[in-house]
Design a protein around this ligand. Structure first.
Ligand code: FAD
Ligand code: MG
Length: 557
């Protein structure tokens, strides 16, 4: 791999990128450059790294863009990123030997699925007498520290999590950026050929649809883009703080507007969570010197922490069976229904537009995630959340192991919900109309409906045949009939859920199942615009499962 003239007498350090794809606030990388020796920044495609096993085209492209951005940043200081494809241990051992490596540094991957790999790598370091430096900066609080401070257990409610985190203390502030001018890089002239960033197709990943190359919102991976978007986001936050608001993109969820999200950048570590947290907190305090800082300013970031912590010692967190916090619910199996949902062919334009956006762009707003996940599970189709998770895991840019599974469990009432108390479902007609009142979102992602009058856009099967013909969208020919009768299906599913609940109560067994401590907690998670009261209230976006007429009425404006 390397020839002898690359070997040096200076200390040689490898910084191994997995997540944490950034130079700023990267304590492990900072440690790597401290000795002022030789640095090899590497990335290894081992078939698993950074969730690549389940990643489809969107997320793999985002990852490759992020690696290109890192490479370009190293080039500015005379370095390069070294990319390898193959078996992790074989590659690392070879590098340790050939480069006489003295230190390996990496940002800790805190999720349970990475523990075994990293234990193996720590052992390998011992074997080769390589110092192994691992730093936690992908999360605000080290989940193991939270657990230690909670008697060794994950805190079962969000408010308990907050209490424990408060007792642990403020999260660390970001560290300085590394001074790459202090270190030596040794680059070979055939670097690109040997260690260049691979083409996406050579990794066996291909576009799943043409739309993926004609995205309306063109997410591009990498730290440079993350920092530009971060500056913009902070301007929006500052404006909201000045007007007495917090969480601007949730209070006014603009599903068709330019997204303010940084979630994919946080997921790959292109943006430091600690940088985001402290910027929000400092800006709030600066603009509101007389107001107390409360969790609502940074609440969403803490939900992310909560899911990371809840999953940290639970290798089955993404499964129903053998997952102690997940209720076993007898979901149906139906491949055709699942296919129609995934393809955006349910016949409900709001749900289908969401699925089209997910598949083509890899990002959908939180309210859209709610709508489509309840539709698949307890709302309409009664299919397993594990199937929904697989689809999100393929297409979503920000899908990570813990947050995605945790959110699916919550949305399907499988966990994070107090003994199935919150059973109202979202109406796929009414909720859509509320979130996309002018129909811009639906028309953008479902062009087949672009000429359908707004009056029928959310329930086009209700349009008279002449209106359908005029809109060049005949239901059943150009666009599918609704695959379920929402009123009927949601009523049946409500009864099924009550049955699950009654059986649980009759069994007398303690439900080892985490849940929200209060309705405020639910509303923080659920983001109901305007009300912030959540699905447990009688918001007009949700519908009583027992009321089958409500959705039909709403087709008429
Ligand atoms: P912001 O309001 O800007 O929030 C800031 C950051 O906080 C987000 O970028 C994200 O990192 C975190 N965050 C926000 N809301 C939540 C939440 N409810 N739970 C945990 N973290 C949160 N988020 C992911 O990051 N990865 C996932 O795989 C994921 N899967 C989801 C699956 C389902 C079924 C649902 C309902 C939600 C899921 N979410 C996931 C949570 C949430 O929808 C996204 O984090 C959010 O939409 C990202 O938009 P934003 O960056 O504008 O959020
Ligand atoms: Mg279970």
């Amino acid at each position: 791999m390397f020839n002898a003239n690359l070997v040096s007498d200076k200390p040689v350090c490898i910084h191994w990128f997995r997540h944490g794809l950034r130079l700023h606030d990267n304590p492990a990388l900072l440690n790597a450059v401290e000795d002022g020796g030789e640095l090899y920044p590497i990335f290894i495609f081992d078939g698993e790294v950074a969730g690549t096993r389940t990643a489809g085209y969107n997320r793999m492209r985002f990852l490759l863009e992020s690696l290109r951005d890192l490479d370009e940043q190293f080039i500015k200081d005379g370095g390069r990123l070294f990319v390898f494809i193959g078996h992790l241990v074989t590659i690392l051992s070879k590098l340790f030997r050939e480069l006489s490596v003295s230190k390996l540094t990496f940002d800790a991957d805190v999720e349970a699925i990475w523990h075994e790999r990293d234990t193996q790598v720590r052992r390998l370091c011992e074997e080769y007498n390589v110092e192994c430096v691992e730093k936690v900066s992908h999360v605000l609080w080290d989940p193991q520290v939270i657990l230690q401070n909670n008697g060794g257990n994950p805190p079962l409610t969000f408010s308990l999590f907050n209490k424990v985190a408060t007792a642990v203390g403020d999260p660390p502030r970001p560290v300085a950026s590394p001074d790459l001018s202090k270190i030596t890089f040794k680059i070979k002239s055939d670097h690109d050929e040997l260690f260049g960033i691979p083409d996406i197709n050579s990794l066996g990943v291909f576009a799943e649809s043409e739309e993926q190359d004609q995205r309306h919102n063109d997410w591009k991976g990498g730290e440079s883009k993350a920092l530009v978007l971060f500056q913009h986001r902070m301007r929006v936050e500052a404006m909201a703080f000045s007007c007495g608001n917090v969480m601007p993109n949730q209070t006014f969820p603009a599903v068709a507007g330019p997204p303010l999200s940084l979630s994919a950048y946080l997921r790959f570590g292109c943006l430091s969570i600690r940088k985001f947290y402290w910027a929000l907190r400092d800006t709030f305090v600066q603009l509101n010197p007389r107001k107390a800082f409360t969790i609502s300013v940074i609440g969403q970031l803490v939900w992310r922490e909560y899911f990371y912590t809840m999953s940290v010692n639970n290798i089955n967190f993404d499964k129903m069976e053998s997952n102690p916090i997940c209720l076993n619910i007898p979901w149906h199996e139906d491949k055709e229904k699942l296919r129609r949902w995934e393809q955006g062919e349910t016949g409900f334009p709001w749900i289908d537009a969401i699925m089209k956006q997910l598949k083509s762009e890899g990002w959908i707003h939180h309210v859209c995630r709610h709508a489509t996940s309840t539709f698949l599970t307890r709302g309409d189709l009664w299919l397993s959340w594990e199937e929904g998770l697989k689809v999100f895991d393929k297409y979503l840019l920000d899908a990570d192991w813990s947050v995605c599974a945790g959110s699916w469990m919550w949305m399907s009432s499988s966990a994070f919900e107090k003994t199935l108390q919150c059973l109202k479902c979202y109406c796929p007609v009414r909720y859509g109309r509320k979130m996309d009142p002018a129909g811009v979102y639906i028309r953008r992602y479902l062009p087949v409906l672009k000429d359908m009058p707004l009056r029928y856009l959310f329930g086009p099967w209700k349009a008279p045949k002449s209106v359908q013909e005029k809109a060049r969208c005949v239901i059943g020919e150009d666009y599918p009939e609704p695959m379920v009768d929402h009123g009927k299906a949601s009523t049946e599913n409500y009864s099924r859920m009550m049955e699950v609940k009654n059986k649980l109560i009759a069994s007398g067994r303690r439900i080892d199942h985490c849940g929200p401590a209060s309705s405020e907690e639910v509303s923080m998670f659920v983001w109901m615009p305007g009300t912030h009261k959540g699905t447990c209230s009688s918001d007009m976006e949700t519908c009583e499962a027992t009321d089958s007429t409500v959705c039909d009425e709403l087709v008429e404006i």
